[in-house]
Design a protein around this ligand. Structure first.
Ligand SMILES: C[S@@+](CC[C@H](N)C(=O)[O-])C[C@H]1O[C@@H](n2cnc3c(N)ncnc32)[C@H](O)[C@@H]1O
Length: 327
């Protein structure tokens, strides 16, 4: 019978050596106020056990989510309709007068943005390790292709069921009413413009392929990752399904515009890692994944570009008095 070695508990900011003997710094249990796309280049190869990240979806929900250079005024949120619609649609990318060729470049530019970090994610993850990526429904396919092209294997698409998704599709009859077109308003009763209620978000499950000629069992012994812990996962959900119902605890929400529940993050962490392992979130936001890692005695490395969210992460982690990580 194989005996699993004791989990590795690392000290914060552990020093590691590369195969050539060069010392490298692993900023453990830190939230780094910087751009992850450049900073991750400083992490050693095959050093993290899990990448868990709710990445920008590229749908223009916030300024950091505009990942294209389209100058169509609708996309920049300054069309008269968007001005009138209020905060919700201020920055959202909705062409109002049909699709131009430039509008159709937006998904490709999202692919290019994902490609700008995917190879580095691949390099720092351990063989057999998981990358869970929260993605938007509209551009998930571009993210999948970017990560596949960087070397990842796309294992599955999980479906996170959102508790209270708002249904924002506009009634067409109201549009005609505003125009004073009573006949069309009557004819188009019951029709809407927009989407059905967005009741789920995809969580993309990638793995870094492990060594040819070995098995997941071998990989679990050599790198500590590869299989999944169904027993632990079932502490959070009713069944071992790829549709996940795991919502916010009371009073938890409202910290970040795209916040995710800590319980959901914990379920994904317990599914794929063991105590003492290292979890990386390059787009930490308010730090839900980092809090989940801390709760479960995993080490973490978080990056967040906006100082107000870095401060929020640090206070949620009970570490508001920590000095920022210094390079
Ligand atoms: C989708 S949100 C994450 C929300 C998080 N899941 C939570 O529960 O609060 C993505 C975050 O990534 C940050 N961000 C965007 N680009 C970044 C970059 N290049 N480096 C670091 N952070 C970035 C944004 O400021 C934003 O807070």
């Amino acid at each position: 019978m194989a005996i699993l070695s004791a989990p590795l508990i690392l000290e914060p900011s552990a020093e590691r050596k590369t195969p050539s003997g060069q010392k490298v710094y692993l900023p453990l249990n830190q939230v780094i106020a910087d751009n992850s796309i450049t900073c991750i280049r400083e992490l050693p190869d095959s050093s993290v056990h899990l990448i868990l990240s709710d990445i920008p979806y590229g749908i223009g929900a916030e300024d950091w989510d505009v990942l294209h250079d389209n100058t169509n005024s609708a996309y920049l949120g300054s069309s008269p309709a968007q001005e009138k619609a209020g905060a919700v649609f201020k920055r959202r990318g909705k062409p109002i007068n049909g699709w131009s060729q430039a509008d159709r470049e937006i998904p490709k530019q999202y692919y290019e943005w994902c490609s700008s970090w995917a190879s580095e994610w691949f390099r720092v993850l351990k063989p057999g390790g998981t990358a869970f990526v929260f993605s938007g429904r509209r551009f998930a396919h571009r993210c999948i292709c970017a990560l596949e092209d960087a070397g990842f294997s796309f294992k599955d698409m999980l479906c996170w069921v959102r508790d209270h998704a708002p249904h924002r599709a506009q009634r067409l009859s109201i549009v005609f009413d505003r125009r004073g077109d009573v006949i069309s308003s009557h004819e188009w009763q019951g029709w809407r413009v927009g989407n059905l209620r967005p009741s789920f978000e995809p969580i993309l499950w990638f793995i870094k392929p492990y060594k040819i000629g070995t098995t997941i069992a071998d990989n679990a012994l050599s790198h500590g990752v590869g299989p999944f812990n169904e027993e632990a996962f079932l502490r959070y959900v009713k069944g071992a399904d790829n549709i996940i119902n795991c919502g916010f605890s009371q009073g938890e929400g409202g910290l970040h515009p795209t916040q995710k529940p800590v319980r959901l993050m914990q379920a994904l962490i317990e599914l794929t890692t063991r105590q003492g392992q290292i979890i990386l979130d390059p787009f930490a936001g308010s730090g839900s994944s980092l809090v989940a890692a801390q709760n479960l005695k995993r080490n973490f490395i978080g990056y967040e570009m906006e100082q107000k969210y870095v401060d929020l992460c640090r206070s949620r982690l009970g570490a508001s008095d920590l000095l920022p990580f210094m390079r």
